[in-house]
Design a protein around this ligand. Sequence first.
Ligand code: FES
Length: 348
Amino acid sequence: MIEEHPIDDPGVEAHIERHADVDDSAGRRATLQVLTCFALAPLFALGFVIAYFWPGFDRMIVDFGPIYSNAQHLVMGGFLGFAVLLIGIGAIQWAREIMYDGEMVEERHGAASSAEDRAATLAEVDKGIEDSGISRRKVLGTSLVGAIGLTALAPLVMLLDAGPWPLPSRRRETIERTIWDAGTPEEPIYLVNDVTRSRIRAADMEIGQLINGEPENLWDHHGTDFQVEKAKAAIIIVRMDPNSIKVPDRRQDWHVGGILAYSKICTHVGCPISLWEQQTHHLLCPCHQSTFDLGDAGKVVFGPAARALPQLPITVDDEGYLIARSDFTAPVGPSYFERDLYPDDKGE
Ligand code: FES
């Protein structure tokens, strides 16, 4: 016959007291360790905030063996990582040395709790709070709340990266202008290939060709500035048969024999676009399939985008290289609440 319980119930092991339970000075030492962790965490969070605002820090690069990174990102990540690590170490030390560590047996029971069980659970919760040491050492609970609260504030400063406060004048200086506007008749801004950085001669472009381009002055910018200006100024340059495209009257001098330049940034939510169908002149955004007709002033022919792709007016210099006539005539990229309507939004 098979025995129903072949192994004797070993029962609960004898409880071993911890140092901190039997020795007051060990208890105080453990409390001090936890407090130290919770006190240091906000200092690292403060370091994170200082690193964020430190002038010029975003342009520094760490180049050390396999580490090649933006110094600001590295330091901010390090500070925030240490802040969270210290809160974690403090919490673990608290649980190991100060919270109640008696062994318990949990009996199996039905899924629904009886009123008595609920009352017993609440009593256990109260006991847990008591055993956690909060009621005896209130300073621990206060310091934990303080450490988490102050550390959680640190990432809030990153909201500043959501963009400038959108007053009209601020918008005009930032999201509504690009570095294409820096050109003058004496010193025009050249269109360059974004890989080779070489200027583009109109005569070298073939019908059906697409080139990803940038303004030549982009490389006067560095660090975050470089990224911000590149994100706004990126263009695609296409050549089409001038007899196969529609060019509105007021845009007749914006192209060079069927070579047109458009913003590369989708007007839906800002993906970079360059899926080009030579035959139809359509440009397809890979994110949500908005489709723009580059042979018809960049108008939207399909998808969620609500505005035509902004066109960059271009011409050529004396040697036949492509140059910008001006900045875009409508803000590039996605819409935002405060944005005004521009005639070019409809591709007219
Ligand atoms: S970002 Fe281009 S369609 Fe959505």
